[in-house]
Design a protein around this ligand. Structure first.
Ligand SMILES: Nc1nc2c(ncn2[C@@H]2O[C@H](COP(=O)(O)OP(=O)(O)O)[C@@H](O)[C@H]2O)c(=O)[nH]1
Ligand SMILES: [Mg+2]
Length: 256
């Protein structure tokens, strides 16, 4: 079967997108599955994997800075918009590979891909129906209830913008102790536990706004359940299973 599934790793800067792209690729290869990687970050400097398709072959952050006399932030924005201009070439290059899984590492800053037009455009252009978002939440930003809630809102915002199936992932979970990991997972599964935590953290004067936000999260609770991943392939099998359930009704493509 050579139908491709496109998996986009999205998250705030430093949330672990590149690292997870790399470890998911080697995990799939260990299982003898066909996988390719695509780097869509024009500003990437040191990648921990060798991309099969690389946006840097078409766009150079340095050249854009020099040609248009832009600083690094302006150039990142211009480069992000140029991803769409190169979409035809990117698609051709991806289609020249036989692969079941296409892992796509997105630009460092989430807003460059999620809030601008080019991200949504390229996802639908490459494959409207077989795309899934692996949304990474940095454990460091989710350790208290207020941080956790804002990360969840950002995840919902991504879902609202891109309108694709989405799996929420707690990244770098090897840096959390079991108690912390369980606490964060509980918040993602039990809105009352989250309500209790935010009420203990913030003065009651904020209760009304907090309650409204909790209501939004609770209404979209299919999107909040977290899968924890970390070093040494921790949690990767759960991530793989969640993707299989989305596209193959749980059928396992593992050959061994
Ligand atoms: N301990 C640990 N560190 C990680 C993990 N994933 C990423 N990191 C570190 O977090 C930093 C940012 O990761 P990176 O993949 O470049 O994030 P990106 O900006 O989202 O692509 C790097 O120093 C990584 O080594 C993980 O699962 N465990
Ligand atoms: Mg990266």
């Amino acid at each position: 079967m050579d139908e491709k599934i496109f998996i986009y790793f999205i998250g705030t800067a430093g949330s672990g997108k590149t690292t997870l792209t790399s470890s998911f690729k080697s995990w799939l290869e260990l299982k003898s599955l066909n996988v390719i990687t695509v780097n869509l970050d024009p500003g990437a400097e040191n990648l921990s994997y060798v991309p099969d398709v690389d946006i840097r072959d078409w766009i150079s952050l340095k050249e854009i800075m020099e040609s248009y006399d832009l600083g690094p932030n302006g150039a990142q924005i211009a480069c992000a918009d140029m991803i769409a201009i190169n979409s035809e070439d990117i698609k051709k290059s991806i289609n020249s590979f036989q692969a079941n899984y296409v892992l796509i590492d997105t630009p460092g800053q989430l807003e460059l891909f999620v809030f601008r037009q080019s991200g949504k455009f390229i996802i639908n252009f490459l494959d409207k129906n077989h795309s899934i978002i692996a949304y990474l939440i940095d454990y460091l930003l989710a350790k208290n209830a207020s941080g956790f809630i804002s990360q969840m809102l950002l995840s919902l915002n991504t879902n609202f913008r891109l309108k694709k199936p989405q799996i929420n992932i707690l990244s770098k979970s090897d840096l959390l102790n079991e108690k912390e990991k369980e606490k964060i997972k509980l918040w993602s599964e039990d809105i009352n536990a989250l309500r209790y935590a935010i009420e203990s953290e913030e003065p009651s004067v904020y209760r009304e706004i907090n309650e409204k936000i909790l209501q939004v999260l609770s209404d979209f609770d299919n999107n909040t359940k977290l899968k924890a991943v970390g070093k040494d392939y921790y949690g990767i099998d759960d991530l793989y299973t969640a993707i299989q359930i989305q596209f193959h009704g749980g059928e396992d493509l593992l050959k061994d």
